[in-house]
Design a protein around this ligand. Structure first.
Ligand code: PMP
Ligand code: GLN
Length: 384
């Protein structure tokens, strides 16, 4: 047996995730937690009832490995209704243990040692470690504030003969930006010209503001034919703790991901899949979610209007970036720590989402919270 000191880390530069760290500190300091992205209100009572019913009905054993057929069929119909592309539920849809597992299994399955993967930063924290565990090399293109738009010339410059895959996230965590139709057209041209696989993290697909349309890659036939589109029930149904997500991809890609998925987790929580199948059927379009969160964003912005924080544009997700340069010249981690300790509000610094680029004086605040929570947090933030 090797001693503990002989164990070589596969992720030597990775610490504990910033989400776990900030939520722990928020609890320790009894701060109002606007850091980790999860609602502090409950999901629909009839969704809980649907899970309880499926538990009582005896749906308590392994689900089929790729997901419950009824759920995959409901998802195929939902995606067709929303984005006009019909995936085959038998071979092109996979139910996963959250979007996190969908991303991980996809990257482990499709990235080979030495393959380069284009990521955009600030990047969701799980992307680069998954690429590295697959033996791939992240090639990071930086999105610059305040617009954080993709610089397609920079993407072209980052592509090499080894580039295999490109990962986009729209609506984008943590910046709240979205891809528009022109971005999708650029992506189509580049992916086609360089024969790239595209992974599209669309977990906030139903949280898009001010009348904008979610540009799912499933809408674009050429991109859909080379993309893995990933979503999460946690965001859509206020159930982040249930950790169920899914992906849709053309059969040859889905089959490769499934080979990995069967050994990462085999299958996903059966009673919850039954409940989601009924809920996806009942309201496939989820058209109430964007107005629900837009009202929360606007409430938070109006409450913060009397503060010295300056909001950046937020077009989707449940995260609002705030510039604190009028308050402090501390770096974002130091300022976030002081905000918890001295002012009792937890937010997320952007530096853990960036490699080799300055984060700037910005923090991310989650507004998926009860109105009273937002009011309480803003009252504290207005005093700074
Ligand atoms: N991608 C993004 C952009 C996210 O914000 C999150 C987390 N909320 C995930 C993936 C992971 O989703 P899940 O909780 O379903 O694993
Ligand atoms: N996606 C959530 C966020 O961005 C956190 C997920 C997690 O804790 N891993 O805050």
């Amino acid at each position: 047996m090797p001693s503990v000191r002989e164990v070589r880390s596969k992720l030597p530069s990775t610490g504990v995730s910033i989400f776990a760290t900030m939520s722990r500190l928020a609890a320790e300091h009894q701060a109002i937690n606007l850091s980790q992205g999860f609602p502090d209100f409950d999901c629909a009572p009839d969704l809980v009832e649907a899970v309880a019913r499926s538990l009582r009905d005896g749906h308590n054993q392994y689900a089929p490995m790729p997901g419950l057929p009824a759920l995959r069929e409901a998802l195929a119909d939902k995606i067709a209704a929303l984005y006009g592309h019909r995936y085959d539920p038998a071979t092109e849809i996979l139910v996963t243990s959250g979007a996190t597992e969908a991303l991980f299994s996809t990257l482990i399955a499709l990235v080979h040692p030495g393959d380069e993967v284009i990521l955009f930063q600030p990047a969701y924290d799980s992307y680069a470690p998954a690429v590295e565990l697959a033996g791939g090399v992240p090639r990071v293109v930086t999105l610059r504030p305040p617009a954080y738009r993709i610089d397609w010339d920079a993407v072209r410059a980052a592509i090499t003969p080894r580039t295999r895959l490109l990962l986009v996230n729209t609506p984008h965590n943590p910046t709240g930006t979205i891809l528009d139709a022109a971005d999708v057209a650029e992506l189509r041209r580049l992916a086609g010209a360089h024969d790239l696989i595209v992974v599209s993290d669309e977990v906030y697909e139903h949280i898009v503001f001010d009348g904008a349309r979610h540009e799912s890659l499933a809408r674009d036939p050429e991109l859909a034919a080379r993309s893995v589109v990933i979503s999460s029930f946690g965001k859509t149904y206020h159930t982040t703790g249930w950790k169920v997500g899914y992906l849709a991809a053309p059969a040859p890609l889905a089959a490769e991901v499934q080979r990995v998925h069967q050994f990462v987790t085999f299958s996903v929580n059966t009673p919850v899949q039954h409940a989601y199948a009924a809920f996806v059927r009942r309201d496939p379009l989820c058209a109430d979610l964007s107005p629900f969160y837009q009202r929360k964003r606007d409430l938070f912005l109006s409450l913060m209007a009397g503060s010295r924080f300056r909001p950046l544009p937020c077009r989707g997700t449940y995260f609002q970036l705030m510039d604190y340069s009028a308050i402090s010249d501390e770096d974002d981690q130091a300022f976030a720590l002081r905000l918890i300790r001295e002012h009792g509000v937890a937010a997320i610094p952007l530096s853990p989402f960036l490699q080799g680029a300055a984060p700037g004086p910005v923090l991310r605040f989650c507004f998926a919270k009860r109105d009273e929570t937002l009011e309480g947090a803003a009252a504290r933030l207005r005093t700074i």
